[in-house]
Design a protein around this ligand. Structure first.
Ligand code: GLN
Length: 193
């Protein structure tokens, strides 16, 4: 049986665990490098990316996470998780994992719009718009040719991207009842097997 790990050092990991459980998927809260061995895919949740990166280094998990992802383990980063997956971060903090060829800006919507919601077109999950919740969200400023853009805001700001079996979204699909992105991510595991 497939098992999805959720990095549980900090942030809203419990919500992702709950969605995956509702989809009938085995889940594991990942807090130690040795647990990467027990999972088929990993979600890096939203939270605070500088804190998350610090805890990852404190627990000596960075190197294994990068190795497993480079070997093809599907990884999905939401919000702070997207920042973690990137290679370039606008303000130089945190030191990202360097797995996706994207440049991100943190807290890109400024103070006035700390959080907002938007209906997004994400064709890979179907025609119906996806109701996306943004909370102090990052945006993708730049993508290399290796990256596929999956979704944009109306002003064409990039907020969802894919690169091989890596997925990143600026928003929080675990906070709504629409589980299409979680299901889409699960397909990455089955394609790999
Ligand atoms: N602003 C956070 C950061 O820079 C991300 C916010 C979130 O994950 N909801 O890490």
């Amino acid at each position: 049986m497939v098992s999805v790990g959720v990095l549980a050092l900090q942030g809203d990991f419990a919500e992702h665990v709950s969605v995956m459980q509702q989809l009938g998927v085995n889940t594991l809260e990942v807090r130690h490098a040795k647990e990467f061995d027990q999972i088929d895919a990993l979600i890096i949740p939203g939270g605070e990316s500088t804190t998350m990166a610090r805890l990852l280094d404190l627990d000596e998990m960075r190197e294994s996470l990068v190795r497993y992802a480079k070997e093809g383990m599907p990884v999905w980063g939401t919000c702070a998780g997207m920042i973690m997956l990137s290679t370039w971060v606008s303000d130089g903090r945190p030191e990202p994992l360097g797995l996706m060829d994207i440049k991100v800006s943190r807290n890109a919507f400024g103070r006035q719009v700390d959080s907002f919601e938007a209906a997004l077109d994400i064709p890979v999950i179907g025609e119906e718009k996806f109701h996306a919740v943004f909370i102090r969200a990052p945006i993708v400023d730049h993508v290399e040719k290796t990256v596929t853009v999956l979704g944009r805001l109306d002003d064409s700001t990039i907020v969802a991207v894919k690169q091989n079996s890596l997925l990143a979204t600026s928003f929080h699909p675990e906070l709504t009842k629409d589980y299409r992105l979680h299901k889409y991510f699960l397909e990455f595991i089955h394609k790999r097997k």
